[in-house]
Design a protein around this ligand. Sequence first.
Ligand code: NZQ
Ligand code: ZN
Length: 386
Amino acid sequence: MNNFTFINPTKLIFGKGQILKIGREIPQNANVMITYGGGSIFRNGVYDQVKAALKGFNCIEFGGIEANPDYDTLMKAVSKANDNNVDFLLAVGGGSVIDGTKFIAAAMKYKGECAWDFMVDQSGINDLELVPMGAVLTIPATGSEMNNSAVISRRSTKEKLSFAARANYPVFSAIDPQVCYSLPKRQISNGIVDTFCHVLEQYMTYPTQSYIPERFAESILVTLRNIGPKLMEDNSDYDLCANFMMCATMGLNGFISMGVPQDWATHIIGHELTAIYGLDHAVTLAIVGPSLLRTMKEEKREMLLQYADRVWNISGKSEFELIDEAIDATQYFYERVGIKTHLSDYGIGDENFDEIAGRFSRRGWNLGERESITPDKVLEILKGCL
Ligand code: NZQ
Ligand code: ZN
């Protein structure tokens, strides 16, 4: 097991009706800015619950944070927050709103000329002064409600970058599984695949005799395997939704990464596909993930064999067959929960492969748990996505 330091300061407030309790988590005299997305919170009752919980607070609002939150939109929020002396941010939404709010929290006090710069050169990332924030989660997927990462897009330059300032965790996150009832099927598919892929990024590497985090990871994968297709049929079952939400939060809050190596190449390559083509985040993962596993199967051999056995119950075959069938099962699972897994399904060809590999070359990035995914390997993975 590798050395690790673990901290997760986010207070989780989980269950039916729990959004109404958030008022007690925010300082009484705070100037609060509520941030939200395109308006789903007005249609599903979440906004009304938040307003009831914040009765008596001094609040302003900033709406319109888009899926894959955009730098230019967020900078408008930064101005509004600073003009109104905001000192507490409350994100009400999914990963995009929560990530966007983490960015606002960091950009509000940023002294440099252009806030994008702290994501390009992250050497000062832990020195950023952060405005405290809380979250009301409305969609299980990213784990942003209980981690310190954020992914921000800049449409004007077709870029998408992530950053993680050490202290940029929500102070609290309220999670009421009933928010899942209003989710469109597309977002349920996205949440299942994103969560599954988060777990694989932290699990499908090489063995370090880290039995506990491996079993934690497998418990999430098996749970998603079992409940994913059921959720696609029925997202009004409270316990299915509660387990789904717990999978998503536990999948990316540090619990399963203790002591183990991490990959994240599927995500990093996927971010380029979102930046260039606007594909949903989870769609990019469903496309890149299986191809990456096929390309890297020698390096991931031991964990693929363990995965075949413990997650997909495949046994009694040659190693070669076990590995191939486990990867096929993963791809079939993504398709079964509603996401097509080839670039051609979206009318995309190889026209930008060189540009993507070139971006990694220019940034000097080699990806994966062994940093063995060179720009040439990225090209090979992308060719396997067609
Ligand atoms: O904008 P509104 O109107 O609220 O609608 C949203 C949006 O259109 C809708 N939605 C959310 N909750 C709903 C709902 N509709 C009905 N009922 C509800 N209860 O769903 C749409 C997608 O929302 P979004 O927040 O974009 O989804 P998600 O949570 O999947 O977030 C995706 C973003 O998170 C980043 C992704 O790259 C992407 O930008 N990620 C963040 C991570 C992190 N912070 O750790 C890790 C992830 O790997 C990921 O990269
Ligand atoms: Zn993700």
